[in-house]
Design a protein around this ligand. Structure first.
Ligand SMILES: Nc1ncnc2c1ncn2[C@@H]1O[C@H](COP(=O)(O)OP(=O)(O)OP(=O)(O)O)[C@@H](O)[C@H]1O
Ligand SMILES: [Mg+2]
Length: 164
C-alpha cells in the first residue's frame, strides 16, 4: 500500500508470472488497492503477495508490438483495442506500424539491455515519446502474422541456423 501511495494512482498491478494480460489490474484509488491486494494475498499465499506495480500510462487506444531477432527489428504492429489491455489474446486487432528510426533504435537498445536474442517489446506512445513497457522473451506472434508480410517463423529459424 505504501509503495502504491508513493507511485500514485492510477497504477497497474501485475503478477510475477503471467501472459495474455491475465491478472493485470488497473487500480484507481486506495480502496481498490486494498481490496485487490487482500484478495490476491489470500487466494495465493505463496506468490500472491508478490507483485509488480507500475504507473498507468495513457495510450492512444493502441500500443506497439515490435519483434527483435538478433540485430534486426523484423516487424512492428499496432495493437488496437477499446480496452486498455491490448493483447491480441484479449481481442485486440493488429495493423502494420512503420518502423521509424526512433522505434528501431529504441527497440534494439532495449533488446541489447537484456542480452539480445528473440524478443518482443510492448511500446507505448506518450506525450514524452516512446516508452518500453515490456521486453518479452517467450513471444507469440499470431496477431502480427495477420498484419505483416514477414515470414516471422522463418526469421527465427534462420537466426538459430546462423548460430544465434
Ligand atoms: N503500465 C501500463 N499502463 C498502461 N497500459 C498497460 C500498462 N501495463 C500493461 N498495459 C497494457 O496491458 C497489456 C498487457 O500487459 P503486459 O504486457 O505487461 O503483460 P502480458 O502481456 O500479460 O505479459 P506477457 O507479454 O509476458 O504475456 C499491455 O500490452 C498494455 O496494453
Ligand atoms: Mg505483453
Amino acid at each position: 500500500m505504501e509503495a502504491l501511495e508513493n507511485l500514485g494512482y492510477p497504477a497497474v498491478i501485475k503478477p510475477l508470472n503471467g501472459s495474455w494480460g491475465r491478472l493485470i489490474a488497473k487500480i484507481d484509488n486506495a480502496e481498490s488497492a486494498r481490496s485487490i491486494l487482500e484478495h490476491r494475498s489470500y487466494l495465493n499465499e505463496e506468490l500472491g503477495s508478490v507483485f509488480y506495480i507500475q504507473p498507468y500510462v495513457e495510450k492512444p487506444g493502441r500500443d506497439i508490438r515490435v519483434m527483435v531477432v538478433g540485430d534486426e527489428v523484423i516487424y512492428a504492429v499496432y495493437r488496437y483495442s477499446s480496452h486498455w489491455i491490448t493483447n491480441t489474446a484479449r481481442g485486440a486487432y493488429t495493423e502494420p506500424c512503420p518502423i521509424t528510426s526512433e522505434l528501431e533504435e529504441l527497440s534494439l537498445r532495449a533488446a541489447e539491455a537484456v542480452g539480445g536474442g528473440i524478443l518482443a517489446l510492448d511500446i507505448f506512445e506518450t506525450p514524452e515519446g516512446l516508452v518500453v513497457n515490456e521486453v518479452n522473451h517467450t513471444p507469440e506472434f499470431h496477431g502480427a502474422m495477420k498484419a505483416v508480410d514477414v515470414d516471422i517463423a522463418q526469421k527465427i529459424v534462420d537466426y538459430f541456423l546462423r548460430g544465434g
